[in-house]
Design a protein around this ligand. Structure first.
Ligand SMILES: O=C(O)c1cc(=O)[nH]c(=O)n1[C@@H]1O[C@H](COP(=O)(O)O)[C@@H](O)[C@H]1O
Length: 213
């Protein structure tokens, strides 16, 4: 809540992810929904009925964006879409493709015989066919996704590191905020470059400036 207050006026879209949600529960969502929009990033991946229930509950908490793993398969994705549209305020549903911490070696252990770029495209195609609004992918795939799926397909890009951020941490497919925006991201996710910065507010404002407001 201190961080929320520090960022007041500098940020208007907040991501509540597994760390905060597990520690603080649904209240974390309402606390941020009272000052802006919320991306509830719990990356659901389960049988269709379970994911449908979780998506409905997420909408009930006031989340504007909710994500599910595209690799959960078409029946799961379609159940998520139906669930979202059954609510009074359907959130934007995004399919997580290949997480940004994967590099070629670690991806080959999970997706043998296919490049990360092609796997992201496959999962994006499935996401689109199932009726979701877009995908979560790294900036490395953004350009291709934008040209393949057009301007209406939402691209949300994590793994963002400003040039002045010293560390990439556990992220492997990274880009600066400006690069991500130029390659077609509609949204970027910035975590530690803000939350662990000595001055989170200034860090957030510099990033907003870099992406042109
Ligand atoms: O869905 C996400 O937001 C996500 C997808 C992905 O592929 N990679 C990824 O890092 N994320 C999330 O984005 C955030 C990135 O945090 P930082 O690396 O600190 O900016 C984390 O909360 C991750 O859970």
């Amino acid at each position: 809540m201190r961080l929320r207050d520090t960022l007041a006026g500098a940020a208007s879209f907040y991501k509540v992810g597994k760390e905060l949600f597990t520690a603080a529960g649904p209240r974390a969502v309402s606390e941020f929904a009272s000052v802006g929009r919320v991306f509830l990033d719990l990356k659901f991946h389960d049988i269709p009925a379970t994911v449908a229930g979780a998506v409905r509950a997420s909408a009930g908490l006031g989340a504007s964006i909710v994500d599910v793993h595209a690799s959960g398969g078409r029946p799961m994705l379609e159940a998520a879409v139906r669930a979202a549209w059954s609510t009074p305020a359907p959130p934007l549903l995004l399919g997580v493709t290949v997480l940004t911490h994967f590099d070629r070696e670690s991806a080959a252990e999970v997706y043998p015989g296919i490049s990360i770029a092609d796997q992201v495209l496959n999962l994006a195609r499935l996401t689109r066919v199932a009726g979701l609004g877009g995908v979560v992918a790294s900036a490395s795939e953004a350009k291709k996704l934008r040209s393949t799926f057009g301007d209406d397909f939402v691209l949300l890009v994590p793994g963002v590191r400003p040039r002045w951020a010293a560390e990439a941490h556990d992220q492997r497919r990274v880009a600066t905020p400006g690069e991500a925006a130029r390659r077609g991201a509609n949204y970027i996710v910035v975590g530690r470059a803000i939350t662990r910065h000595a001055d989170p507010r200034t860090a957030a404002l510099r990033i907003v400036e870099e992406i042109g407001g």
